[in-house]
Design a protein. Structure first.
Lengths: 111, 113
C-alpha cells in the first residue's frame, strides 16, 4: 500500500521565521510530488509541484525533493500569520497519476 | 473563469438513506475525481471519471458509485449511508496528461445521523 507520511503537528513558528514541513513516501517508483495548502473549513489548493531531485523555488516557497531518501519538503521563508493552515503532501506513482495524500501538517505562525 | 463548483454545501441524512452529490469541473477540464476527507485526515481517493467512464477507483465499497455526463460534470452517489460516511466530500477536476494536479471545489459537508 502506498503511504505518504507527515507529522500532524502543529508546527508553531514566529512571524518572519522559516517554516520547514516534511513528508516521506513509501513507493520508490513515485513520480510527481505536490504541496497543497488547506485553510480551516476550506478546500485544498495547490501551491507547489516538483518532479525531479533538487530544489524548486516559487516566491517564499521552496520545495525540495530527494528520491533516494524518499522525502519531499516545503520551506516557507518569512512566514506570515496568513500562512497558518494545514499543508498536505501528495504523491503520484505508477501509471494512474492519482495523488495519494498525507494527513497534513498544521502550521501556526504567531505574531 | 469558473472554478470547480459543488452542490449542496451541506447535507444532513440519516443512516440507511441515499445521497447524491454534484460537481461541475473547472472550465476546460475533462476529468473529475472524488475524495472523502474525514476530520484531521488527508483526502482519500474514491474514484476518477474520464470520458464518462470510471478510470480508477480507490478502496471504497460499492455503496459509492458515480457518473460523469457528456458536459464533464459528475455525480457521487452513496447508498445505505453509515455514520462513518460523515465527512467532507471533495470534487477535484484536472486535465488528461496532468492528472496529478487537482483543482478542488469547496466540498460538500455530509452529516449522517
Amino acid at each position: 500500500q502506498k503511504e505518504v507520511e507527515q507529522n500532524s503537528g502543529p508546527l508553531s513558528v514566529p512571524e518572519g521565521a522559516i517554516a520547514s514541513l516534511n513528508c516521506t513516501y513509501s513507493d520508490r517508483g513515485s513520480q510527481s510530488f505536490f504541496w497543497y495548502r488547506q485553510y480551516s473549513g476550506k478546500s485544498p489548493e495547490l501551491i507547489m509541484s516538483i518532479y525531479s531531485n533538487g530544489d524548486k523555488e516559487d516566491g517564499r516557497f521552496t520545495a525540495q525533493l530527494n528520491k533516494a531518501s524518499q522525502y519531499v519538503s516545503l520551506l516557507i521563508r518569512d512566514s506570515q500569520p496568513s500562512d497558518s493552515a494545514t499543508y498536505l503532501c501528495a504523491v503520484t506513482s505508477g501509471g494512474s497519476y492519482i495523488p495519494t495524500f498525507g494527513r497534513g501538517t498544521s502550521l501556526i505562525v504567531h505574531p | 473563469d469558473a472554478g470547480v463548483t459543488q452542490s449542496p454545501t451541506h447535507l444532513i441524512k440519516t443512516r440507511g438513506q441515499q445521497v447524491t452529490l454534484r460537481c461541475s469541473p473547472k472550465s476546460g477540464h475533462d476529468t473529475v475525481s472524488w475524495y472523502q476527507q474525514a476530520l484531521g485526515q488527508g483526502p482519500q481517493f474514491i474514484f476518477q471519471y474520464y470520458e464518462e467512464e470510471e478510470r480508477q477507483r480507490g478502496n471504497f465499497p460499492d455503496r459509492f458509485s458515480g457518473h460523469q455526463f457528456p458536459n464533464y460534470s459528475s455525480e457521487l452517489n452513496v447508498n445505505a449511508l453509515l455514520l462513518g460516511d460523515s465527512a467532507l466530500y471533495l470534487c477535484a477536476s484536472s486535465l488528461k496528461g496532468d492528472w496529478g494536479i487537482q483543482y478542488f471545489g469547496a466540498g460538500t459537508r455530509l452529516s449522517v445521523l
